[in-house]
Design a protein around this ligand. Structure first.
Ligand code: ANZ
Ligand code: ZN
Length: 850
């Protein structure tokens, strides 16, 4: 039983946090061109939080991982940039304003203050001097300047585009606010409406964004695949059908090989041909109207029932002038993809097959899998696999790729079509009809058009006096804000009242972290000194949009000569979720972990003692009430125990189940570290002499933990540190033991920095352990001292023996001869010859009795 005093985490946490803050321990250097010293730069970044009000366990896990890497990098001699800020524009603040009557700015800033305090309690090694918040004019004003730079470079434009319109709330909805085709707040059926909206030309970079993925070796493959699919490069043929009214329609296909299986042509509801049909045909107009109902997402369009309207027009098959195909308006054809028109091949495309079965159109097989080649196609599942062309005249017998090439060549030779690469990626619509976002710095003048706000008038600040009592955009209905003179001609003009998508805010914040001049968004040399971010860590939910937009923004800035960086994030890591069991009461209500207690081997409700059913372990979420608030846990166990638990047990990319026993185990480990230290102070004086095994264990652990942290394998590092702790615990006092304890403290310091500092100070260590150098590995001690040698008789393996490394030939021969198997097999015979390969094998050549 130890009499050593316990480690008082609460006291130590606060004390060390105050010291780090006062000494600015974690401030990065300016990063200017002639940066201080020759320390290599290391930029470690976790995705910055939305200030929802409180830190959750997902944040704690994310930021702990980044923190360990950042602290480790400092100890290995890097100049580290590890900043923190707030992604503070967006809808929740406006919802709070509508629900609670609080101003979005007040709500947001109060949340930030609280979350900053909570983050500080966890002792993260952050450079708080670079803290930024996207909702402040000193951030979004610079964003407006960059927007105008892109505008001047032709990378910003305005056009009409479809939005989700809530006819009751009279407001535009984001896709995620449309639930089952209805407005999330009003419940009204959402309509598609046309509005003038601002776009960023991300499609100019589609090819490059795709190619660039090939350079991102330190990104997860699954994220690269998601980006690749989102960009969606398709190679195919664009060609024109002649129409019965003398006109033409251009279609795009990725399957020109299937041209002889065509049974109809279909155009989008917004296609000019559809609009022309609507002009003289009320039924066509009604059909188009019907297509407008429902959301604008591709997924929604994909799952809708396939509907069509026969225009009465026909299209002539390109290879057979006597073959006429009916032309439909169809709800599954998107105006924004390809040319907004397709030819349908029901046998080999599921949507086309659904459509053909509904409208009784011919279904002809043109690709055979080798089993079936009759033209008549049966069943309701299209065949999309590989095969040989059939029922296709000059294509018969070719494989699909050959047939594609042949048709494209004929189309190009005949002058009616061209091979083309198209992308699924659309230009990025950045207009939001909301208050709590970056105002788009444009003034609309009847005479001059869209005029940029002059630079000396930036930032265009949000007005403070706004109301949220009625639906719609508060900027638009503000009594005076939007009325200004045209900067060009002086006539009465209006400000743009749309604000920028919050993804714009997060598309360049990592650049602003690296360089924060007052008078411009960033200094190029200083930003380039830090970028790209070496290690970026965040949730996989941002695998597509955020990362793609940031990659685009970086390219756009390069394009206009402002930042010579190819990719913003060299390394990416997506961490798993923190999960917890779910609980339900007898009447089916979710219960939080605080509302249940164990009783007689089961769980019951604290309140009333009713029975509780234990549900699945799921991602912590407010809706299932299975969250554990980090703050009381930190108050109870200290920051280090929480940090240690976040790193132990689960590989970082996997889910981490939160458990009471897990956090208690972590707390006990912190106490154990502390006791090791106490045991050391009692042993001073008689602690000399070497313990080779412990030295070896220490150095193997130094090398192993370093490799684990570099590869973000934190749970493996933790396992190694437990082993070393056990070895120290078992070892008698010696100089080696003292060295091992000092080494251990440095190795755990990035993970549990408070107890490490406290122990370091108690041991009389110099300065802060945060500033200490990572221990050097003695390579000689990494080498194993034992080897396993093969024992052979006449070249055949009979056994193995583990022996000390470097044994002499004679000694090895003796080991082999003493082996029990060998003695039995030789049965007294003496080997004719003995072959010894030191540290590898002994081969005894002998004449054995038959
Ligand atoms: C004929 C065909 C035959 C097609 C066949 C597919 C299979 P990806 O690969 O995703 O690029 N398509 C073209 N434009 C469209 C639009 N605006 N709206 C809806 N569908 C459109 O898809 C390309 C295929 O999607 C094209 O190839 C076209 O149908 C359809 F056995 O043409 B295909
Ligand atoms: Zn004007």
């Amino acid at each position: 039983m130890s009499t050593a005093p316990r480690f008082n985490a609460l006291k130590a946490d606060a004390a060390w946090q105050a010291i780090w803050e006062e000494r600015q321990t974690f401030a990065a250097t300016s990063g200017g061109a002639a940066a201080e010293g020759n320390r290599p730069k290391s930029y470690v970044l976790e995705m910055f939080p939305y200030p929802s009000g409180r830190i959750h366990m997902g944040h704690v896990r994310n930021y702990t991982m980044g923190d360990v890497l950042a602290r480790y990098r400092r100890m290995t001699g890097h100049d580290v940039l590890h900043p923190m800020g707030w992604d503070s524009f967006g809808m929740p603040a406006e919802n709070a304003a509508m629900e609670k009557g609080v101003h979005p700015g007040d709500w947001t800033r109060a949340n930030i203050a609280n979350m900053r305090r909570q983050l500080k309690q966890l002792g993260f090694a952050l450079d708080w001097s670079r803290e930024l918040s996207t909702c402040e004019p000193d951030y979004y004003g610079h964003e407006q300047a960059l927007f105008l730079d892109l505008f001047a470079a032709g990378l910003v434009y305005r056009r009409e585009s479809a939005v989700n319109w809530d006819p009751v709330d009279m407001t535009v909805l984001a896709n995620e606010q449309v639930i089952d085709g209805r407005g999330w707040r009003s419940g009204a059926l959402v309509e598609r409406r046309k509005l003038n909206q601002w776009f960023l030309k991300i499609t100019d970079f589609a090819e490059d964004l795709l190619e660039g993925l090939g350079t991102l070796d330190a990104w997860p493959d699954k994220v690269k695949l998601m980006q690749e699919n989102w960009i969606g490069r398709s190679q195919g043929l664009a060609f024109r059908f002649a129409l019965s009214d003398g006109g033409e329609v251009e279609v795009f296909t990725t399957r020109p090989d299937t041209i002889f299986g065509a049974s109809f042509v279909a155009v989008a509801a917004d296609h000019p041909i559809a609009r022309a049909a609507a002009e003289h045909n009320p039924q066509a107009a009604a059909f188009i109207e019907r297509c407008r109902k429902g959301g604008t997402t591709a997924a929604e369009i994909e799952t809708q029932e396939k509907l069509g309207f026969d225009t009465g027009l026909t299209a002539t098959h390109p290879f057979d002038s006597t073959w006429q195909l009916p032309v439909y308006i169809a709800n599954f054809v998107l105006m924004e993809y390809g040319s907004g028109a397709v030819f349908g091949v029901p046998a080999h495309d599921q949507r086309d097959l659904d459509f053909a079965r509904k409208y009784n159109l011919p279904v002809t097989r043109v690709v055979s899998d080798g089993h079936e080649d009759a033209p008549h196609f049966v069943g309701d599942t299209a065949y999309t696999g590989p095969g040989t062309l059939v029922n296709s005249h000059f294509l018969d017998g070719m494989d699909i790729e050959d047939a594609k090439r042949t048709v494209i060549r004929r189309a190009e030779d005949g002058g009616w079509g061209t091979g083309r690469t198209i992308f699924r990626l659309r230009d990025w619509g950045v207009s939001r009809q909301r208050y709590w976002g970056t105002p788009i710095p444009i003034i609309h003048c009847d005479a001059c058009g869209a005029v940029p706000v002059p630079r000396d008038q930036l930032p265009v600040a949000l007005p403070e006096d706004v109301t949220f009592d009625v639906p719609g955009n508060p900027l638009d209905r503000h009594p005076s804000w939007k009325y200004v003179a045209c900067p060009t001609c002086g006539a009465e003009a209006r400000r743009e009242t749309d604000t920028l998508d919050t993804f714009v805010n997060s598309s360049w914040y990592f650049i602003r972290f690296a360089s924060q001049p007052h008078d411009k968004p960033f200094d190029q040399a200083e930003a380039e000194a830090w970028l790209p971010v070496g290690q970026y860590i965040g949730g996989v939910e941002h695998a597509i949009l955020h990362l793609l937009y940031a990659r685009f923004w970086t390219r756009a800035l390069k394009h206009i000569g402002r930042l010579n960086v190819a990719e913003p994030f060299a390394g990416l890591f997506t961490q798993g979720m923190v999960t917890h069991e779910t609980y339900k009461s007898a009447d089916g209500k979710w219960l939080s972990p605080d509302e249940v207690v164990p009783q007689d081997g089961a769980l019951v409700e604290c309140d009333g003692g009713g029975p509780v059913t234990i549900g699945r372990v799921e991602k912590m979420s407010k809706s299932k009430k299975n969250t554990v608030d980090p703050e009381p846990i930190v108050a109870q166990y200290g920051a280090d125990a929480v940090r240690w638990f976040m790193l132990s047990d689960s590989p970082p990319e996997r889910d981490l189940p939160w458990s009471e026993s897990g956090i208690e185990g972590s707390w006990r480990y912190i106490q154990r570290l502390w006791r090791l230290l106490q045991s050391e102070s009692g042993n001073e004086g008689n602690a000399d002499g070497q313990d080779i095994a412990l030295n070896r264990k220490l150095h193997q652990t130094i090398a192993g933990v370093a490799a684990d942290i570099e590869s973000l394998g934190f749970n493996k590092a933790v396992a190694r540190l437990y082993e070393l702790t056990n070895a120290i615990d078992r070892a008698p006092p010696s100089a080696s033991r003292t060295a091992a304890i000092q080494g251990l403290l440095k190795l755990v310091a990035p993970m549990v920095p408070h107890v490490a500092e406290e122990a370091w100070a108690a041991l009389g260590g110099e300065g802060l352990i945060a500033d200490a150098a990572w221990p050097k590995v003695d390579p000689a001690l990494l080498v194993e001292d034992e080897v396993t040698i093969a024992i052979q008789i006449n070249g055949k393996l009979r056994d193995t023996e583990t022996v000390a490394k470097g044994l002499s030939r004679e000694a090895l021969e003796a080991v082999a001869m003493a082996n029990a198997h060998v003695q039995r097999l030789l049965a007294g015979a003496t080997p004719r010859k003995v072959i010894v390969v030191p540290d590898r094998l002994v081969n005894l050549v002998a004449d054995l009795a038959a």
